[in-house]
Design a protein around this ligand. Structure first.
Ligand code: ATP
Ligand code: MG
Length: 274
């Protein structure tokens, strides 16, 4: 059941971002609907590198909580298209300020965390979790998309990277100490996705970007101050204690104190019976 690029008809544009344009397409004979991300051709080397990384990750992942990639087309001209599962309700941006209930949000949070947990176990950091990169469909499924700036955390030892030959002679205690450092770094790397996830959940509930006062357009300086100097944003007073605690666990300033995806999946907010 492979699909060829020439079997597809464009229906309309679904959205566009830094890396290109995403089209809704239909298969000429099966009438199946897909999303086709067409990546810009005139790419600089950084973007090209990013694209290769995205493709590498898309080939690696297979989870119900991550937008499925069916195929990747590469033309001789250098043009690259990614054929994906179509998510008919678009991004979580459209939920912002939609008077969503905590129970509805818990349903979303659970799926995003299962996706993040899956990625983190594979040693992949997404690095761009935000409402625009989480997609919904009418089966009430929520999936993570857009691996443009994601990264596979390299498990190798720092020193081994730079002196590949020499590390063969490294003592066990040396290898262990290097590995410890790497292990700690990695934990912090994953915690970055959890911060972004926490902000995203809060934004969907309150209806505006929670780091700056409502209505204010965040410039870079304001954002840096808000992230580094001020207290972490909190869920509104009228929310349930479980939700307030959930947000608090995601938005701890110290990455080592922030809960992991698998811990958050067992947080009381997600374990409530409805
Ligand atoms: P950016 O770098 O600005 O985040 P991008 O160029 O990497 O964007 P994507 O985020 O992958 O591109 O997609 C751009 C937009 O296209 C999304 O925000 C969404 O509105 C739409 N879109 C992407 N993939 C799908 C899909 N599988 N189903 C439906 N809509 C999609
Ligand atoms: Mg995007």
């Amino acid at each position: 059941n492979t699909v060829s690029a020439t079997d597809l008809d464009r229906i309309n544009v679904l959205g566009s971002g830094n890396s290109g344009t995403v089209y809704k397409v239909t298969h000429k004979t099966t009438s199946e609907i897909y999303a086709l991300k067409k990546v810009k051709e005139d790419m600089d080397s950084t973007s090209r590198c990013q694209l290769l990384r995205e493709i590498e990750i898309l080939r690696l992942v297979d989870s119900p909580y991550i937008v499925k990639c069916h195929d990747i087309f590469q033309k001789h001209s250098g043009e690259v298209s990614i054929l994906m599962e179509y998510m008919d309700l678009g991004t979580l941006e459209s939920l912002r300020g939609s008077a969503i209930t905590e129970d509805q949000l818990a349903l979303i949070a659970r799926q995003v965390l299962k996706g993040l947990n899956y990625l983190h176990e594979l040693k992949i950091v997404h690095r761009d979790i935000k409402p625009a990169n989480l997609l919904r469909n009418s089966k009430e499924e929520v999936k993570i998309a857009d691996f443009g700036v994601s990264k596979v955390v390299v498990k190798s030892l720092n020193k081994c990277n730079s002196f590949a030959g020499t590390c063969a002679y490294m003592s066990p205690e040396r290898v262990n100490s290097e590995a410890d450092v790497a292990e700690e770094d990695k934990a912090n790397v994953y915690a970055g996705d959890i911060w972004s996830f926490g902000l995203t959940m809060l934004e969907i509930l309150v209806g505006y970007f929670p780091l700056v006062p409502q209505g204010q357009k965040p410039d870079l300086a304001t954002l840096i101050c808000a992230v580094c100097l001020e207290e972490s944003p909190k869920a509104p007073e009228e929310c349930s204690e479980e939700f307030k605690s959930f947000i608090d666990c995601c938005l701890r300033k110290k990455p080592s104190e922030r809960w992991t995806a698998s811990q958050l999946l067992n947080h009381p907010f997600l374990l409530r019976q409805h």
